[in-house]
Design a protein. Structure first.
Length: 232
């Protein structure tokens, strides 16, 4: 049976040693790094299933590391920080973190969160294996080869821009994407105060794929940040 590997990045050696005991007792392999640069080096040489990333670190902090990791990898990221302000949490989530945990934390609660994220990542991988060109989210199927979308086996017609936005959200499933990120990716041009443009396109996509646009199943609004494709 394959042991999942957790990469924990923190400059506090006591925390690393403590969590190493908890993870090993639960059958995980744990890699350790004391800053973002070390974490990136390990990611280049090791297979990692989840990252726990402290915010405040020397050399390269967690926010910068998270941003760089998200450029090449979509594995789950849990951020740790002693900062409790909403703006700090929003910063971490907007850069691609899946969860934000404040210090001091309970090792058992963190362990439970790790298990939950790994389980969801496995379910997503299993669901998308049958066809390399298909992204499947419950009964929503996006085929990037044929540029088709079906909901409950019924094809829905999307414009090229709508398809680009939906595909972007699906590729980054579970990750909150800001409006400027969505605009720059789908329009391939710099973001120029075009929030309304993104909002209008999201509304049109929802009208085509959601059964109830007031309570969307697939595309969730994260107020003050942007949108994400729900990890069902």
């Amino acid at each position: 049976m394959t042991r999942e590997t957790i990469l924990m990045v923190d400059d506090e050696k006591e925390i690393l040693s403590l969590m190493d005991i908890y993870f090993k007792n639960e059958g995980f392999t744990m890699l350790k790094a004391s800053n973002g640069l070390e974490a990136l080096a390990l990611l280049n040489s090791q297979k990692v299933d989840l990252i726990i990333l402290d915010v405040m670190m020397p050399v390269m902090d967690g926010l910068e590391a998270c941003m760089k990791i998200r450029e090449i990898n979509h594995i789950p990221i849990i951020m740790l920080s002693a900062k409790t302000q909403d703006i700090d949490k929003i910063s971490g989530l907007s850069l691609g973190a899946d969860e934000y945990v404040t210090k001091p934390f309970s090792p058992l609660v963190l362990l439970a969160s790790v298990k939950s994220h790994i389980r969801r990542a496995k379910q997503f991988h299993t669901a998308t294996v049958p066809n390399e060109h298909e992204m499947i989210v419950d009964d929503l199927v996006i085929n990037t080869a044929t540029h088709t979308v079906t909901v409950d086996q019924q094809e829905v017609k999307l414009t090229p821009r709508e398809f680009a936005i939906l595909s972007l959200l699906a590729v980054n499933r579970g990750i909150v994407l800001s409006m400027d990120k969505i605009y720059e990716s789908a329009w391939n041009e710099p973001f120029m105060e075009s929030k309304n443009t993104v909002m209008v396109h999201i509304r049109k996509i929802r009208e085509k794929i959601e059964k109830d646009t007031q309570q969307p199943k697939y595309i969730k609004t994260v107020w003050g940040i942007g949108y994400k494709m729900e990890a069902l």
